[in-house]
Ligand binder design. Structure first.
Ligand code: FAD
Length: 410
């Protein structure tokens, strides 16, 4: 006799990013007949891009610190994160044959570094759970009966026949990968409050001189600290054509963007030798220069790379001070003006989304009973460090459990 599924219902998940795929896994494992709809020709495109520079899946720091990274959204996300904490994410990846390692900064990566082996194994698991993935299917809203409407490649929007639906449509960064934020207008027209999607974890624009840009765009600045307001972020930012990008820049980008929005002219301060006290640096710079060029002298006496030396000249625009104390002060606090941030199309993530008061504790839309939401489309934000994917996976799983509870109650 064939075994009856534990929980026989047809459910639709719209959006095949990490949040939607995790929801599909939880629902499929509970015995639901799951169909995932995605507008793109393949799922998980942003997840694959995230893996290009090393898939930072989660973070190894103490759990309370992880929760605190979500700021005001922490209380709303806590139950989901508690139910699927970083250790469980690592165990989940290991279950898909992808052991993880903790980097020196505490960030967690698959040993394979990229996302593709994990996604391949994940899709295999979903297939074995009977999850049906329909590509090139665009969600366009709801019909009069509240059923989600999806337009396939061959025809206009049709209502989905499912007991319940879960939306995991992402934010609006890198729109060419599928999540373009077009859903915001549809939900707003439905009376659901959405905080505008804005670039988060994005590069900062610094007005480089043409020679500096031509020579150094693409070069990393290693082991520096960047200060803005009361915050300090350390790491290896990269010089770009338009300014700076990379972990420490992203960490400060929200505060800098807020300052720009207020109309102020923000300046970030770079410490090019954060581990060396200023007095010791000034002492090293007091050595006789002999006949060394400035670059050679600064490389030997202060351990600065060519890009760091060029940046010292770039900053305030005036000649480099000769006085060792003044030179040390510039190396430890190089002020760079910021004129803007990268647009949402180049940002790592987007702030804003479905306002938290619009969803209940199960991630169901209060105004649309039976419709659940998950992932980056909800109004929360976090720095880079694996927190974004952690919350997408955790809310995907939590919304799926919420949906199961809701279906059982009916
Ligand atoms: C360059 C880059 C690097 C990153 N690196 C990391 C990292 O290392 N660690 C980390 O934690 N995070 C990282 N992120 C962020 C992370 O990838 C995202 O937060 C995450 O993918 C969001 O997951 P999601 O499932 O909510 O949405 P998405 O991954 O955006 O998926 C949403 C899906 O919904 C589909 N969709 C949208 N609208 C519709 C519609 N109307 N109809 C049908 N389908 C639709 C889209 O096609 C897409 O497949 C990175 C992001 C970028 C851009």
């Amino acid at each position: 006799m064939s075994q009856a599924p534990a929980f026989a219902r047809t459910v639709a998940v719209i959006g095949g990013g990490p949040a939607g795929l995790m929801a599909a896994e939880v629902l499929g494992a509970a015995g639901c007949a799951v169909t995932v709809y995605d507008r793109m020709p393949s799922v998980g495109r942003k997840f694959l891009l995230a893996g290009r520079g090393g898939l930072n899946l989660t973070h190894g720091e103490p759990f309370e610190r992880v929760v605190s990274r979500f700021g005001e959204a922490s209380p709303a996300l806590r139950p989901a994160l508690e139910a699927f904490p970083p250790d469980a994410i690592r165990a989940w990846a290991a279950g898909l044959g992808q052991e993880t390692v903790v980097g020196s900064s505490g960030r967690v990566f698959p040993r394979a570094w990229k996302a593709s082996p994990l996604l391949r194994a994940w899709l295999g698991r979903l297939r074995s759970l009977g999850v049906d993935i329909r590509l090139r299917h665009l969600w366009t809203g709801f019909d009069g009966a509240g059923r989600p409407l999806v337009a396939g490649p061959d025809g206009p929007s049709e209502p989905i026949r499912a007991s319940a639906a879960l939306l995991a449509l992402g934010g609006a960064s890198w729109p060419r990968l599928g999540s373009d934020g077009a859903w915001t207008e549809i939900l707003e027209a439905d009376g659901i409050a959405v905080a505008s999607l804005a670039p988060a974890n994005c590069g900062l624009h610094v007005p480089w001189s043409e020679p500096f840009r031509a020579r150094f765009a693409g070069e990393p600045l290693t082991r520096v600290a960047i200060r803005f307001g009361g915050d300090v972020a350390r790491g290896d930012p990269i010089v770009t054509e338009t300014g700076l990008e990379g972990g420490p820049v992203y960490a400060l980008s929200a505060a800098v963007r807020a300052a720009l929005d207020r109309g102020s002219a923000p300046r970030i301060a770079l410490d090019l030798r954060p581990d060396l006290p200023e007095a010791r640096l000034a002492g090293s710079l007091s050595r006789p220069r002999l006949r060394q060029s400035t670059s050679t002298f600064l490389r030997k006496a202060a351990g600065l790379s060519p890009v760091a030396v060029a940046l010292l000249r770039e900053g305030p625009g005036d000649p480099l001070p000769v006085d060792p104390a003044a030179l040390a002060a510039r190396i430890k606090g190089l002020l760079l003006p910021v004129t803007g941030t990268d647009g949402i199309e180049r940002a790592i993530s987007s702030a804003g989304g479905v306002r938290r008061e619009e969803v209940d504790g199960r991630f169901m839309l209060r105004r649309r009973p039976g419709i659940f939401v998950a992932g980056e489309m909800i109004d929360w934000d976090a720095p880079t460090g694996g927190y974004l994917l952690s919350a997408c996976l955790a809310t995907g799983a939590a919304a799926a459990r919420g949906k199961l509870d809701w279906l059982r109650a009916r």
